[in-house]
Design a protein around this ligand. Structure first.
Ligand SMILES: NC(=O)c1ccc[n+]([C@@H]2O[C@H](COP(=O)([O-])OP(=O)(O)OC[C@H]3O[C@@H](n4cnc5c(N)ncnc54)[C@H](O)[C@@H]3O)[C@@H](O)[C@H]2O)c1
Length: 250
């Protein structure tokens, strides 16, 4: 994979950071994109220090102009971008009747419209190469539903549907699109702010104990699946929902 270039969004922390490190180990040059420019640069420096190639990119994924400018920087650094990992996301816990249009719109813009924007902006490189890999990080909440997360779970459900459509529209060009819906992945900013809160610990431990594989997911669990999905070996896999969830959603 040494001639490949990947854009990973939401890459300053958690799952995105782990994906950057894992793809870099396969020789892929990485665009580490995050709304936190310092965080993106920190991860790019980590990847470079480990012997990889990476550039830190600052952009809000809901802002098309910022994403486009970041992609230009990535192309100048390493060439055409034929791997896109749409991982950036936000979460929120609001009872349905208290949701406002503002909260709904922001969630959908960051979690779903971003995947449309990023994918549309990288597709010309993939089409020119007759090769591409799109990996969208959705959520098991899209499969199961999640109380007080209507806007979040709807955004992630949209991502699954988007993935299936991209797979059908671009498969003939050698481009695959797949989605990984994680369940509880700990040691990320998002999990610390949600299910790793002290008052939630007992509840979530009980859910873990009820599942087939009795531990939280690690960011590296998701990164390993993403690395396979972007590899040559996975070229016959498209439009799929690859559950990396310890069997907690079957
Ligand atoms: N952690 C879990 O248990 C879990 C479960 C299901 C799905 N997910 C999904 O996995 C993805 C990564 O989650 P994580 O747990 O690593 O979260 P995280 O909060 O640790 O990391 C998310 C990263 O995205 C960045 N980001 C947020 N909004 C952005 C924006 N507008 N533009 C650019 N960057 C932005 C943040 O700065 C952060 O670095 C998310 O899409 C999340 O919804 C996580």
């Amino acid at each position: 994979m040494t001639n490949k270039v990947a854009l990973v969004t939401g890459a300053a922390a958690g799952i995105g950071r782990a994906i950057c490190h894992r793809l870099s180990r396969d020789g892929i040059a990485i665009g580490v994109l995050d709304i936190s420019g310092d965080g993106a640069q920190r991860v790019a420096d980590e990847v470079t220090a480990a012997g990889g190639k990476a550039v830190g990119l600052t952009a809000d994924v809901s802002n098309r102009a910022e994403v486009s400018a970041a992609l230009d920087t990535l192309r100048q650094a390493f060439g055409p971008v034929t791997i896109a990992v749409n991982n950036a996301g936000m979460t929120g816990f609001v009872p349905f009747m208290e949701l406002t249009e503002e909260l709904w719109d922001r969630m959908l813009a960051v979690n779903l419209r971003s995947a449309f924007t990023v994918t549309q902006l990288v597709l010309p490189d993939m089409l020119a190469a007759s090769w591409g890999r799109i990996v969208n990080i959705s959520s098991s909440s899209a499969q199961s539903g999640a109380v007080n997360m209507a806007h979040y779970s709807a955004s992630k459900g949209g991502m699954i549907a988007l993935t299936r459509t991209l797979a059908q529209e671009f498969g003939e060009h050698g481009i695959t699109a797949n989605t990984i819906p994680p369940r509880f992945v700990h040691n990320t900013e998002m999990s610390l702010a949600s299910f790793e809160r002290p008052e939630m610990k007992a509840k979530f431990q009980a859910m873990i104990d009820a599942g087939p594989i009795r531990r939280h997911g690690e960011p590296e669990d998701i990164a390993g699946a993403a690395a396979w999905l972007v590899s040559e070996e996975a070229g016959y896999v498209t439009g799929q929902v690859i559950g990396v969830n310890g069997g907690r959603y079957i």
